[in-house]
Design a protein around this ligand. Structure first.
Ligand SMILES: NC(=O)c1ccc[n+]([C@@H]2O[C@H](COP(=O)([O-])OP(=O)(O)OC[C@H]3O[C@@H](n4cnc5c(N)ncnc54)[C@H](OP(=O)(O)O)[C@@H]3O)[C@@H](O)[C@H]2O)c1
Length: 242
């Protein structure tokens, strides 16, 4: 069980890529980390070791967050072991774009189940373990406020827009407890599956470069410090989709 001074961060999809980077960043800020992952056993093992080697604490739970009962089990485990959740990062965001005229209902279901339903299940259980002044940060997608029709990836954009609506509702609902609920939205990260070549990126990203994992971590850290900010989405995207 954690001591009263320990702060616990739960990160979904934490074993690889952006989630892993956020786990490392938060561990370096003194959070005990519990990350959820679905299949990347080896990455999960090395992340626990990497955080341990630098004096931090990390634990992994293998759980498909689209499954309501598995999420309940995972948070029951966290309740027994850590006893609290100070910060939840909803990082899972599957992107398997298909044209909307061909969009397979199974792909639709899988995207909404992981990206939106899974995030809600995690919020629901994390909030029960969250002390006053805790935080939830969801990872979105740049341009959500003024979203234009996009024929590829409608399921993904619907899931991210839903997550923004949920973010705002929870922010208002939990403000009396000073629990802040926000979103950070990347545009084109340098590990993106859709990344244009360097000489073309300026056509899509006015600031002329792709984003780094550190760019996103910086915004997450800002939100953790910014105790008067709730219910917002911060695009960290170099002007992508402006
Ligand atoms: N990369 C970009 O350019 C970009 C741009 C805009 C927004 N974003 C957002 O940033 C976030 C992170 O992006 P990313 O590219 O790092 O993500 P990613 O590689 O697609 O996924 C991160 C992890 O999510 C886990 N995951 C997927 N479904 C899961 C489920 N049902 N239950 C538990 N874990 C699950 C996977 O774990 P396993 O490996 O263990 O299966 C995966 O490693 C996402 O929300 C994404 O939408 C990214």
């Amino acid at each position: 069980m954690s001591t009263p001074e320990t702060r616990v961060a739960v990160v979904t999809g934490g074993a690889r890529r952006l989630g892993r980077h956020l786990c490392l960043t938060l561990a370096s800020r003194g959070y005990d980390i519990v990350f959820l992952y679905r299949s990347s056993d080896e990455d999960a093992r090395t992340l626990i070791q990497e955080i341990g080697d630098t004096g931090g604490k990390a634990r992994a739970l293998k759980v498909d967050i689209s499954l309501k009962d598995r999420v309940a089990d995972a948070f029951a485990d966290i309740a027994r072991n850590e006893g609290r959740v100070d910060l939840l990062i909803n990082n899972v965001g599957n992107y398997n774009p298909q044209d909307v005229t061909q969009l397979d209902p199974d792909v639709w279901d899988a995207t909404i189940s992981s990206n939106l339903n899974g995030a809600y299940y995690c919020c629901y259980h994390a909030l029960k373990l969250m002390p006053d002044a805790g935080s939830i940060i969801s990872i979105g997608m740049a341009g959500l406020e003024g979203i234009r029709a996009n024929t590829r990836g409608a399921d993904y954009f619907v899931s991210k827009t839903g997550l923004l609506v949920l973010t705002r509702a929870l922010a208002k609902g939990y403000a009396a407890r000073h629990i802040r609920v926000n979103m950070v939205s990347p545009g084109q990260l340098d590990n993106s599956v859709d990344l244009p070549p360097p000489d073309e990126i300026g056509r899509w990203v006015p600031l002329g470069r792709s984003g780094t994992l550190d760019d996103i971590a910086q915004a997450v850290l800002y939100l953790l410090d910014a105790t008067y900010v709730t219910g917002v989405n911060i695009d960290v995207a170099g002007g992508y989709r402006l």
